[in-house]
Design a protein around this ligand. Structure first.
Ligand code: NAP
Length: 263
């Protein structure tokens, strides 16, 4: 979802070299070495990862391989060549107990295996540019907004209203990844659309903006809708550091959602 958008968003003068699993299993260090030898990249946007939060609970090895081992090999290859690397990470490194949006230096404490493997990936790439984002959706791939809109013909759906985050469109995030990679200064950066909402508010907004009606969207509690992976109740990100660097904020999640729905 994000990688393909990053390829499309490559700035002028930059030739993106897209890599998928068909080209290379990034968890295999020798394969990554050969890949880097062949492509001779000048920098790396590492968007690959194991992203199925619930399945990770029963597939810890796969999550570890795709998130931790892959990041280790990509980071080692980038380090060897002295080229900048950007790792995409997640709000799910936090436990959701904060009363305010999370800052970069707040202590992480993941609640699930996906979050734990992403945190370990961050530690394996601590000399890289680490961009934590949240609740992604975009023109490609499977995501909450798409899955919700597919339920348009149902009379009623129930959506949890006790988890809060920052829905972020890949259309908005992808150019920021390039900006940070080209700037080349390592560190952790929070990058998400402005504002925050619950999944219930996001579902309501998606149907409302798309028009043509939709189901009755009934709020429900996480406890009524048990999932294998525990999720943070409040994982909104404070993106002040990024705003100070760029001199502007990402758009509000509602504006970004509108742009995505008309795109
Ligand atoms: N989705 C979100 O809501 C969200 C929120 C915050 C942060 N993030 C982070 O943002 C990044 C991008 O997420 P996304 O939603 O765009 O993910 P995605 O759509 O699931 O894409 C991840 C891609 O990585 C590939 N991949 C995984 N392990 C690989 C390996 N060992 N070798 C080669 N390719 C591998 C996957 O290939 P296969 O399909 O073959 O496995 C897939 O094409 C991830 O780091 C994720 O943790 C996502």
């Amino acid at each position: 979802m994000l990688g393909s958008e990053a390829v499309r968003a490559a700035p002028g003068g930059v030739r993106p070299l897209p890599v998928t699993r068909a080209d290379c299993d990034l968890a295999e260090p020798e394969h990554v070495e050969l890949l880097f030898e062949r492509l001779k990249p000048k920098g790396v946007l590492h968007c690959a990862g194991y992203t199925q939060v619930d399945r990770a609970e029963v597939a810890e090895e796969a999550a570890f391989s795709d998130n931790v081992e892959a990041t280790k090999s990509v980071a080692a290859a980038a380090r060897l060549r002295g080229i900048p690397m950007l790792l995409v990470s997640t709000d799910y490194v936090f436990d959701g107990t904060s009363r305010r949006p999370y800052r970069e230096d707040d202590p992480p404490h993941p609640l699930n295996i996906y979050g734990r493997t992403k945190l370990e990936a961050e530690q394996a790439a601590r000399d890289a540019i680490i961009v934590r984002s949240s609740w992604l959706y975009g023109p490609r791939g499977r995501h909450f907004v798409g899955a919700i809109l597919e339920q348009a013909t149902k009379p009623e759906i129930r959506v949890v209203d006790d988890q809060r985050g920052c829905p972020t469109s890949t259309l908005e995030l992808a150019p920021v990844l390039w900006e940070l990679l080209l700037r080349g200064i390592p560190g952790i950066y929070h990058a998400a659309c402005e504002g925050s909402c619950t999944w219930h508010e996001l579902a309501l907004a998606a149907f409302e903006m798309r028009g043509a009606g939709g189901p009755k969207v009934v709020p429900c509690a996480t406890a009524e809708y048990p999932r294998p992976a525990k999720r943070p109740a409040m994982s909104a990100l404070d993106c002040g550091k990024l705003a100070a660097i760029r001199g502007k904020r990402l758009p509000h999640w509602r504006d970004a959602l509108r742009r995505f729905l008309v795109a």
